[in-house]
Design a protein. Structure first.
Length: 367
């Protein structure tokens, strides 16, 4: 079975063997040999006796060497120093000059009967029977071979540019992903102090009231911090782990607000899903923050449904009437930014406010 390599930019998959053949440096020499065998297929077939003789071996060998110099000078000198630095006109000028020089040298190798490379026996003609070359012969040869040599250069340059373009796009995508991961890691570190601040504030209130639940709260906080420090290093975590974390958090909060009606409904195959760590916590924190209406009928209803390659999450809470001092809204701004980075074009977030309630509905595409 073929393995595949994904084009990160366009989500295009190509077979691993094709990717390696095109871009792996281990096959560099083989690719070059195949290229020149393709270019000189006629000469190769003539040596094998399949087609008529087109020249002596030394003539063909010298031509191959000249063409190699022309091609490699172009792709390893002119291309990186001129074309890739936006000096296109100068690149075209030097390319044209190099092609003309090679064609002129080939003219004397193939057309001048007095050169050493002319083998009258193989070609079936005597030197004295040949008519002297004229300037028109030179022009005819020049015009006829300029296009063939230009075609050789064009094929080599096109493949080289394709390699450069593909390699550059992958490097840019890797750089982009590194930047996104760096920002995500930074945002995730902000979750810890924000959560810790809220919890310590709750513990302070409990200590003032000399609550008997304070020791249990400290242990709950220890478990939560252990998860945040050691279990959230990966980009994604099992959904069940995240659910366990949220349950511990809810238990901790309920120690402080025992009269709050709290419902946490979980459905679906949660064991088959993975999710960005701590992505749901800010919405639950926000619900606790603004659900205290002072009426004694406060509630928070949390629903989490694991569908096929989707996670549906919602939090509904009573709307508090008590005035609160603004602290900057770091938690929600952080949460929305993490959604944009962690689930680009793969999430929907809807926040509805009525006179008495807040409702947050979040859908994550986890495929």
């Amino acid at each position: 079975m073929d393995t595949f390599v994904a084009d990160k930019e366009n989500s295009m998959e190509i077979p691993r063997w094709l990717h390696d053949a095109l871009f792996n440096n281990r096959y560099r020499i083989i690719k070059h040999i195949l290229f020149w065998l393709f270019i000189y297929a006629d000469e190769l077939l003539s040596w094998m006796g399949v087609t008529e003789v087109v020249g002596t071996p030394i003539m063909v060998l010298l031509t191959i060497i000249l063409d190699m110099v022309m091609v490699y000078f172009n792709i390893y000198v002119l291309l990186p120093r001129l074309f890739l630095k936006s000096r296109v006109l100068l690149y075209c000028l030097y390319t044209a000059i190099s092609i003309v020089i090679v064609v002129c040298i080939n003219y004397f190798i193939w057309m001048d009967p007095y050169l050493l490379f002319f083998d009258s026996e193989i070609l079936g003609v005597e030197i004295e029977d040949l008519e002297p070359l004229t300037i028109n012969d030179f022009y005819t040869y020049l015009l006829g071979n300029l296009w063939s040599n230009a075609g050789i250069v064009a094929m080599a340059v096109a493949f080289k540019l394709f390699q450069v373009s593909y390699s550059t796009s992958l490097k840019l995508q890797d750089l982009k992903e590194d930047q996104l991961n760096t920002e995500l890691a930074y945002l995730k570190t902000q979750v810890n102090p924000h959560f810790l601040f809220n919890t310590l504030n709750n513990m302070y209130v409990m200590s003032k009231k000399k609550s008997e639940h304070l020791p249990d709260t400290i242990m709950q906080l220890s478990d939560l911090l252990r998860y945040q420090l050691y279990d959230t290093e990966a980009n994604t975590v099992p959904l069940n782990n995240e659910i366990t974390y949220l349950k511990n958090y809810l238990e901790l909060e309920q120690l402080r607000r025992q009269h709050l009606e709290l419902i946490f409904d979980i459905s679906g195959n949660t064991g088959a899903q993975k999710i960005r760590p701590l992505i749901l916590l800010p919405y639950i924190e926000n619900a606790f923050k603004y659900s205290n209406s002072g009426t004694g009928s406060d509630y928070i209803k949390i629903q989490l449904q694991a569908g096929e390659k989707k996670v549906n999450f919602s939090v509904e809470n009573t709307k508090g009437t008590l005035h609160r001092r603004a602290v900057g809204g770091i938690g929600m701004a952080n949460a929305q930014r993490r959604l944009e980075l962690g689930y680009p074009n793969k999430h929907t977030l809807d926040i509805q406010e009525t006179e008495k309630t807040f409702l947050v509905t979040l859908t994550l595409d986890t495929q």
